[in-house]
Write a protein that binds this ligand. Structure first.
Ligand SMILES: C[S@@+](CC[C@H](N)C(=O)[O-])C[C@H]1O[C@@H](n2cnc3c(N)ncnc32)[C@H](O)[C@@H]1O
Length: 316
């Protein structure tokens, strides 16, 4: 299978315009949080955040397939002793824009910093907001099943009469459970809390995802050959994991040094780089050594199953 891995250097608002309507299966991204990491990669103020993000989410809505999913990692900080509300405001505005706010996963950071604050405890979780375009999106739940665990041994040993029949939700949600269905099974569906350790130590980016984070969502919402987008690519975790899992990927990063870092990592991983002669229908004069120009590059990755090598390949 031939896979495409496209990375762009520039502002995602502009670069997203290069991507076709309804062409992406999954977006997993972590934009800069409001008022944070100004030293590292700028920062948008809390008051401006929603206005800044909405034109970007409009583009994301355009490029996502109707069956696709958008996972947005974000967390509001504390300001003047109160949690900021810009994330909540953003959710409301995105719903007006046409997004469905389907779910909120919690990323529990297993190894968060120790500390003491006078009026609160350590921040050990972040939001992973799930948005969709339609209610019928692709979801491959079997791919993320987990060992059923010890609770099953005790819980399923003595079943009550209610446990043996479908126990319909009392709030009329239409959902129900029949606990006896789980006897003799060794796997169960996971919860919406992801217990993952942060793993920034081996990356040159101050806010990199642990690889297991995009990996979990890529398994859950895509198949091999699908396309995954990270419009705030950073160190390229989403793209590199997507490529390793046999998915096409697209990444956009505004900082040349991060863009370069992703490119280098792809070279280190022995991925094959194509320098397109023609970019979006226009001729370009870029040389193959120019790595931080604003042009779009296609990196042909080593696929899950096989890498098709051609005579135009370079493994610089
Ligand atoms: C929180 S970091 C993403 C980290 C990434 N998930 C990883 O694993 O490395 C956000 C990234 O978005 C980039 N960025 C900020 N504004 C951007 C914009 N308008 N377009 C594209 N990238 C942007 C920043 O330079 C930063 O690298």
């Amino acid at each position: 299978m031939d896979l495409k891995n496209d990375i762009y250097l520039g502002d995602c608002l502009q670069k997203l315009q290069k991507i076709d309507n309804n062409s992406v299966d999954l977006i997993v991204t972590s934009p800069p949080y409001a008022d944070q990491r100004k030293q590292t990669y700028g920062g948008v103020s809390v008051n401006e955040y929603v206005d800044w993000f909405l034109p970007i989410s409009k583009e994301l809505l355009r490029v996502l397939k109707p069956t696709g999913t958008f996972i947005l990692n974000i967390k509001e900080k504390v300001q003047n002793g109160e949690r900021s509300t810009y994330v909540l405001e953003l959710i409301l505005e995105m719903r007006k824009q046409g997004w469905l706010w389907t779910e909120e996963f919690i990323w529990h950071k297993k190894n968060c910093y120790p500390g003491k604050w006078p009026n609160r405890f350590r921040d050990a979780w972040e939001r992973l907001l799930q948005f969709n375009k339609t209610k019928k999106f692709n979801m491959y739940q079997e791919e993320v099943m987990v060992p059923i665990g010890d609770w099953a041994k005790s819980r399923l040993k003595k079943l009550s009469e209610t446990d043996k029949i479908r126990d319909n939700s009392k709030v009329g949600s239409g959902f129900g459970k029949n606990i006896s269905n789980w006897v003799n099974r060794d796997k169960a569906y996971p919860t919406n809390v992801l217990h993952l350790a942060t793993e920034c130590s081996n990356k040159n980016h101050s806010a990199a995802f642990p690889e297991s984070l995009p990996e979990w969502f890529i398994k859950l919402f895509t198949r091999e050959g699908d396309t995954v987008l990270d419009p705030f690519m950073g160190s390229g975790t989403t793209n590199i994991v997507a490529q390793r899992m046999g998915r096409n990927s697209i990444g956009i990063e505004i900082q040349p040094e991060y863009y370069q870092m992703v490119k280098n990592e792809m070279v280190e991983r022995n991925m094959i780089i194509f320098e397109p002669d023609v970019e979006y229908g226009k001729s370009t004069n870029h040389t193959s050594n120019e790595v931080c120009g604003s042009q779009h590059r296609q990196l042909s990755p080593k696929s899950y199953k096989q890498v098709k090598r051609t005579s135009t390949e370079k493994s610089s």
